[in-house]
Design a protein around this ligand. Sequence first.
Ligand SMILES: Nc1ncnc2c1ncn2[C@@H]1O[C@H](COP(=O)(O)OP(=O)(O)OP(=O)(O)O)[C@@H](O)[C@H]1O
Ligand SMILES: [Mg+2]
Length: 313
Amino acid sequence: MAPVIVIKNLIKKYGDVVALDNVTFEVNAGEIFGLLGPNGAGKTTLIRIITGQLEPTNGTVEVLGVNHADFLNSDVRFKVSYVPQENIIWEYLTVEENLQLMASMYKLSRGELREKVENLLVDFDLKSVRKRLANKLSGGMKRKLTIAMALVNDPEILILDEPTAGLDPKTRAMMLGNIEKLKELGKTILLTTHIVEEVERIADRVAIINNGKMIAIDKPANLKKMSCGNEVLDLLFEQLDTKAFEILHKIVKDKNLITVGDRVIIKEDRLAEILEKIKENEKLSEQILTITLRKSSLEDAFLFLTGRLLRGE
Ligand SMILES: Nc1ncnc2c1ncn2[C@@H]1O[C@H](COP(=O)(O)OP(=O)(O)OP(=O)(O)O)[C@@H](O)[C@H]1O
Ligand SMILES: [Mg+2]
């Protein structure tokens, strides 16, 4: 599929801080592309450069063939919608007035505008609060309204910075469902998150970003396979001391073991054998609170690729 966003050797420095360190990748037409990284990884910086709001220190970005420097002066900006990390709404307008005002900025007939607003109120479950002032909405409702407003122009590319931040599980599921529906309509979606379950569920491809560096880009299943295999062993110790650690190191190769506080995650080809050895060793097993053999997640992939947890612990 043809790339719609092409990023080459992007570098962004804020004084001494290197927010983006030579980032190169492409987003293809019609895919859901997830940018996964912890706080401060550089996700928002990257998105702000893509949408022409921030100048890169070096490197280039092209969106639908237009260079980032020309983006805000070209018609391409009408084909791209951007939802920032913080909500952007008119606080003293009602929900439907917010949508109407946004829609009125585009060339829609009155009928089209009315239909568009009605559909978005339904899609984002905002019909019951359509007459409510935006400043009286809950945080989750504000998030839904902000994202609904980005869709009034029927964009080809939708760029979402943390779309599900602050949403409860039910609303989050609805939001992810809506994003998947947009993909079915042929839209391209670039979204950032630090919630692994989300990108695992909906993203066609994921880029893992840490400290401004793009560490890996692939389908979620491939990222897991290449970094930690299909299953991992998850041990929780009462208190992980040096003695227990030494015993573990005799059983598992150094590179196949990662500690996070009192937890140890193990990847190995023969996990069942490792499990037996751990259970057989009394000194070790009596210190372990729980042993879980489970399917690996993108969190594990991130852990083995970077040595740190995505969400911090
Ligand atoms: N305007 C700025 N001036 C100076 N440093 C900045 C500025 N904006 C971001 N940074 C720094 O750049 C790095 C990347 O920040 P960025 O906001 O892009 O991260 P992020 O991945 O979006 O994080 P989060 O998940 O918390 O939103 C951080 O170290 C941050 O402190
Ligand atoms: Mg951010």
